[in-house]
Design a protein around this ligand. Structure first.
Ligand code: G
Ligand code: G
Ligand code: NA
Ligand code: MN
Length: 255
């Protein structure tokens, strides 16, 4: 409860800010998508990543408050920088189960996009694979379908860790798979990991999904993933999560 109150106040006081990490085209080296990652600039504890306050994602009220806060802040910064960016560059927003269960969420996001001169086609939404595996949930399905219908790309985050089988890929609205970094970490050394990534890539090619390899740290990993037919890479090898001013230039920061 103390955390809930603190985090809400922290959002309102501007301490919870978006960082942006690029997903890079492995062929050209150009950033295609920027993932929004929250950081809490805590006056007592310094800069905190969400692993230090994970309950925000399991508390309905907090999770939906944080998502709206992150959407508002990141859309404003991205919207300001948008005119100077390469055409087609997108922003990727992490959503929780609670956001998708909220019947007003899609409408609220629409308003925030409008306010910042952005369109659904400028947006990727990331949901964890496990959220989609609960296939019986009609509202989650409806929210994703509605956003996709309006032009957003739907990405399954941490793909491969859910181990729920692949059958949800047949029927769910999905455009992109983000291969969890646990499979990418040892890809140059471990032939099993390489085989798993290879089969995800093959499946994705047949189903028409874009694929992002997460946690790419070395040139060797990037080269191998490119040879294997992977589209995009994300990780410290391409760039850490950064403030808008660093990554997009002063225009974005000056909002
Ligand atoms: O890089 P980082 O430690 O911030 O990410 C840890 C986890 O938290 C990742 O799974 C990421 O998807 C998630 N995450 C980071 N920022 C947000 C956010 O603003 N909203 C949601 N829902 N998840 C986030
Ligand atoms: O869970 P999700 O994949 O959405 O969140 C990404 C998390 O992974 C963030 O905490 C981010 O800081 C972290 N991350 C991003 N790139 C790398 C990387 O190359 N190596 C490692 N170890 N972590 C990374
Ligand atoms: Na994510
Ligand atoms: Mn992920």
């Amino acid at each position: 409860a103390a955390l809930a109150k603190n985090l809400r106040a922290a959002c309102d006081e501007g301490q919870v800010v978006p960082y942006f990490q690029p997903m890079v085209d492995l062929r050209s080296g150009r950033p295609q998508v920027y993932e929004v990652l929250c950081r809490w600039n805590n006056p007592r504890h310094g800069l905190m990543a969400p692993e230090s306050f994970p309950s925000v994602f399991t508390d309905h009220e907090l999770a939906t408050h944080l998502t709206r806060h992150m959407a508002r802040e990141s859309f404003a910064e991205f919207g300001n920088a948008w005119p100077q960016m390469a055409p087609g560059t997108k922003l990727s927003l992490n959503l929780t189960y609670f956001d998708l269960m909220d019947r007003e969420f899609v409408f609220d996001l629409q308003v925030m996009l409008n306010e910042n001169g952005l369109d659904w086609s400028d947006l990727v939404v990331e949901v964890q694979e496990t959220v989609v595996m609960d296939g019986a949930n009609g509202q989650v399905f409806r929210s994703l379908t509605e956003m996709r219908h309006r032009g957003a790309e739907i990405a399954l985050d941490d793909f491969g860790t859910g181990y729920g089988g692949l059958k949800h890929l047949r029927t769910w609205p999905v455009d992109m798979l983000k291969i969890d970094r646990s499979f990418v970490q040892m890809i140059c050394l471990n032939h099993r990991d390489r085989a798993i990534v290879g089969s995800i890539l093959q499946l994705s090619q047949e189903l028409g999904f874009r694929v992002v390899a997460e946690g790419v740290e070395s040139e060797e990993q990037a080269q191998l993933l490119l040879e294997m037919g992977c589209d995009l890479g994300q990780g410290y090898g391409f760039g850490r999560p950064m403030r808008a001013g660093v990554i997009f230039g002063a225009e974005a920061a000056a909002s």
